[in-house]
Design a binder for this molecule. Sequence first.
Ligand SMILES: NC(=O)c1ccc[n+]([C@@H]2O[C@H](COP(=O)([O-])OP(=O)(O)OC[C@H]3O[C@@H](n4cnc5c(N)ncnc54)[C@H](OP(=O)(O)O)[C@@H]3O)[C@@H](O)[C@H]2O)c1
Length: 297
Amino acid sequence: MPAKVLSGKDISADIKTELQAKSDQLHEQGVTPRLMMVRVGEDPASVSYMKQKEKTAGQVGVDSETVVFPEDASEETLLSKITELNEDPTCHGILVQLPLPRHISQDPVIEAIDPKKDVDCFHPQNVGRLLIGNPYLLPCTPHGVQQILVRGGYSPEGKHVVVCGRSNLNGKPLFGILIQKRTGANATVTVCHTSTRDLADITRQADILVAAMGAPKSITADMVKEGAVVIDVGVNRVEDPSKKSGFRLVGDTDYDALVDKAEAITPVPGGVGPMTVTMLMWNTLTAAGVQSGIPVD
Ligand SMILES: NC(=O)c1ccc[n+]([C@@H]2O[C@H](COP(=O)([O-])OP(=O)(O)OC[C@H]3O[C@@H](n4cnc5c(N)ncnc54)[C@H](OP(=O)(O)O)[C@@H]3O)[C@@H](O)[C@H]2O)c1
């Protein structure tokens, strides 16, 4: 039987309905949840991601605004904007779109954001809180992966989850979420990377396999146990002359080969991608609730 397709599009639609209710609760109490986004330069992928974020904000009653600096803006200019937003009581969430131009260091920028407004959950204080099991917010993509699993009927509790990729964006925080002794987590988690010996031997042990490598179609059918649940975080452009754009998006797994072997699988696009933006709005509403003293969870 072909795998159940775990649609991030459908699951995020359900979550957005819940977020709208939280947003209504805040609006009724006179609070307008507000997300401020900052971009330096005109990187086309960043422009497109930010448009998607603005659109999703509008769908759940979050007021959003994007501040754009020219490509050659200085680090001081960016830091001073962040200070201004930190001090602005009408701004509940701050997002600086990454990557930044080379002349700006990422770490000081991330660390300048008030942890209470850090809706990406990249600030070291929030990363530390996540790891010790006392999170303020959860990082968007890994939280989206957890929600797909739980809402899709595949709770990671007691399961062996193998995560391929150890980035600060995906692999490490997903480990931080799933390892906790909590409902919807409580998994045995193995994290693999490019120095992992015999990757296939480990991935074949996974009840739940998460691919977050940025390596197109590199998880093949022989690397997956019959009946495993496969979550594909990867978003990779591959050339496709049949498309007007000249490319199409593929994940890190060989979807067509896995669909007959896995119990359930996420598509690319339409899997983890839509969840990431939705979880950003989840964080913005939680942050707005905390900052205004109106808990919405
Ligand atoms: N769906 C979404 O919303 C979303 C959000 C963010 C990112 N993404 C996508 O997710 C993918 C990963 O992004 P990222 O930022 O986490 O990437 P990254 O920073 O490049 O990290 C990739 C990780 O995968 C490991 N890796 C790469 N190739 C591997 C291989 N062949 N075998 C084992 N491990 C391998 C690397 O190991 P080393 O540490 O040893 O180098 C590294 O830890 C990309 O396709 C990106 O576009 C999707």
